[in-house]
Design a protein around this ligand. Structure first.
Ligand code: PLP
Length: 364
């Protein structure tokens, strides 16, 4: 936490706005809009997952539709497709950013169209804070006239060609879950340059209440609005976002400096004009065995390090879904490791981690 979170939470208590609406919600949304630009319209929600669910619904996704989704991601990118009765179509990653491959995306679209099932939307993810190839993906999406949901849950503070991640999709989403770069403990946001989209998102997120003195409903709503108490935390967190990004980037820099010379370890570099918030610092090793050796030696010292995300097309629940893959994400999952990356890591912590890795990497 930064300095002001408790003050803003106290304001909620002092004014008795303990509800999923109130001044903190408005001011948190305003702070996010200020961070982006006047063009952005923001709806603060109960989670990033809720934001993706509403985004898909607002783009007209319904039962029987297909939605393309980056396979190399966290399950929350894909689950809302299934909530709506639609089918995820998974697309593999490319090696430069570990995000959705433009080549495979186009292949998937053409193949689905040939099957008579044009995808309703594309979910692209800036994984670990590294932007996806925005221009390439946008070009394909526009060519086939398919809207993009930009999953920027891990990429607040990242940018592509000097434009902030979270501003690229037809609809974009952020997450403020406890593990993200800034947090409201649990929370998320839906962003759009289209004011109507924001208004409809808030309408659906507050149980779809028609304008009437009694409770009247012409559509199915959700209880997805952010609490005014948690939005107080969010206001304080927005004030320290730049610091958190700087701290995460420092972690990455330290790991890179200490481990970059080791031939068995490689890092995901920023391509030109890509700027990552380095939400998590990740490494690639030569093999599953080396990765496990490092991971288990850290664990023995009570240090948690997780393998990279297991691709969705390999998840038991999604095995029957169509997928367009070339082995890239499976390979990343086998060989990759997320190193401890918290914004509050001390130099001693980082040194301990690095020396354990150096001591446990098999000599070549
Ligand atoms: C965290 C995360 C989400 C979901 O956000 P919640 O706020 O936890 O619901 C979605 N996509 C990705 C890539 C995430 O990392």
């Amino acid at each position: 936490m930064g300095n002001n979170e408790e003050n803003y939470v106290q304001e909620a208590f002092d004014s008795n706005w303990i509800a999923p609406l109130g001044p903190n919600v408005d001011l948190f949304e305003q702070a996010i809009e200020d961070y982006y630009s006047d063009e952005m319209h923001v709806a603060a929600l109960s989670s990033g997952t809720a934001a993706i669910h509403l985004a898909l619904e607002l783009l007209g996704v319904s039962a029987g539709d297909e939605v393309i989704c980056q396979s190399f991601t966290f399950s929350a990118s894909a689950n809302p497709i299934v909530y709506l009765g639609a089918t995820p179509v998974f697309v593999d990653s490319e090696k430069d950013t570990w995000n959705i491959s433009p080549l495979l995306l186009e292949k998937a679209i053409l193949d689905r169209i040939a099957n008579g099932r044009k995808p309703k939307a594309i979910i692209a993810v800036h994984l670990y804070g590294m932007p996806y190839k925005v221009n390439e993906i946008e070009k394909i999406a526009q060519h086939y006239n398919i809207p993009v949901v930009e999953d920027s849950a891990e990429a607040l503070g990242s940018s592509y060609k000097s434009k902030k991640c979270g501003s690229f999709g037809d609809i974009s989403i952020l997450s403020f879950n406890g593990n993200k770069i800034i947090t409201t403990s649990g929370g998320g946001a839906l962003l759009s340059k289209n004011k109507e989209i924001q208004k409809k998102a808030i309408f659906l997120a507050t149980q779809a209440r028609d304008n009437a003195p009694h409770y009247q409903h012409s559509s199915i709503g959700y209880n997805y609005r952010m609490s005014n108490v948690l939005a107080g935390i969010g206001r304080g967190q927005m004030e320290v976002l730049d610091k958190r990004v700087a701290a995460r980037r420092e972690n990455y820099k330290f790991y890179k400096e200490c481990l970059g010379e080791i031939t068995q370890i490689t890092f995901l570099e920023e391509p030109k004009n890509f700027y990552s918030n380095r939400w998590l610092s990740c490494i690639l090793t030569p093999s599953f065995e080396v990765r496990e050796k490092i991971r288990l030696s850290l664990l023995e010292d009570d240090i948690e390090a997780r393998p990279l995300w297991k691709p969705m097309h390999q998840q038991p629940i999604f095995l029957d879904c169509p997928s367009y893959t070339d082995g890239t994400s499976e390979n990343l999952f086998d060989r990759g490791l997320c190193l401890p990356s918290g914004s509050n890591l001390e130099k001693e912590d980082l040194e301990r981690i690095v020396s354990l890795i150096i001591n446990n990497i098999p000599k070549q």
